[in-house]
Design a protein around this ligand. Structure first.
Ligand code: HEC
Length: 204
């Protein structure tokens, strides 16, 4: 009943504004609504509903932070990136393809988790030629390594991108898969191999 009332109140507030483009929902109400919507979620999910500093700045500036704010976000993101002990940034592209295909993990139906979490890359990127079902929120990654002549600096850039996309683009829409512990370092290495290895179908 209470949930219903809150939703009706918010819907009425939205409807009373001039146009969809013009909607103004103050951040405090948005926070309350968000918390309420996830009030039945498992206890260890609570933190996922709170916006961190990066999300707050990106929301408040509609993904257009000032240069100084952007630099601050990128520096903070960069500082979170951890590298493998052996210094090798590429793993097994075959496993990488598995992680890229998988959207498993962190959904209500995946709780408690039974399988490794996936990277869900195809939801946003074209990658191999064989996979015809992909999203276009992110740029196509077809022949990504080949185009860059498999340069070592690009291998590192891809590792960093997957670990924390905000280190190179302050308000990136790409999830921070390493920093937020969605993927392990080994999974990230496998995904780097998928994007950057000459043997990978991404580069065929
Ligand atoms: C929710 C959508 C989304 C998902 C999921 C996603 N990405 Fe991205 N990705 C983006 C967007 C948007 C960009 C472009 C903006 C940017 O650079 O941050 C991007 C950029 C990239 C780039 C840099 C592209 C360039 O132009 O140099 C790489 C590499 C990349 N993604 C790899 C991956 C891999 C690998 C995965 C899976 C582990 C993945 N992405 C998952 C949205 C996504």
């Amino acid at each position: 009943m209470k949930r219903h009332l809150i939703l009706v109140t918010v819907a009425a507030a939205l409807a009373s504004t001039a146009s969809a483009q013009d909607v103004k929902l103050d951040p405090l109400h948005a926070d309350v609504l968000m918390k309420f919507a996830f009030s039945q979620a498992p206890k260890d999910w609570v933190g996922r509903v709170d916006q961190d500093e990066t999300m707050k700045v990106c929301s408040a500036t509609r993904n257009a932070p000032s240069a100084a704010e952007g630099d601050k976000i990128m520096a903070a993101a960069k500082a979170t990136i951890k590298y493998p002990d052996d210094g090798k940034l590429m793993g097994d592209w075959k496993k990488g393809e598995q992680w890229a295909q998988s959207g498993y993990g962190m959904r209500f139906t995946d709780y408690p988790p039974q399988n490794p979490t996936g990277g869900n890359c195809y939801a946003c990127h074209q990658m191999t030629q064989a996979e015809l079902s992909y999203g276009t929120v992110g740029p196509s990654l077809r022949e990504y390594g080949k185009i860059r002549k498999y340069a070592e600096s690009d291998v590192k850039a891809v590792y960093d991108k997957i670990y924390n996309a905000h280190a190179s683009f302050p308000c990136s829409l790409m999830p921070r898969l390493g920093t937020n512990a969605v993927l392990t370092i080994d999974q990230i290495k496998d995904l780097v191999a998928l994007v950057m290895s000459p043997e990978s179908p991404v580069n065929k």
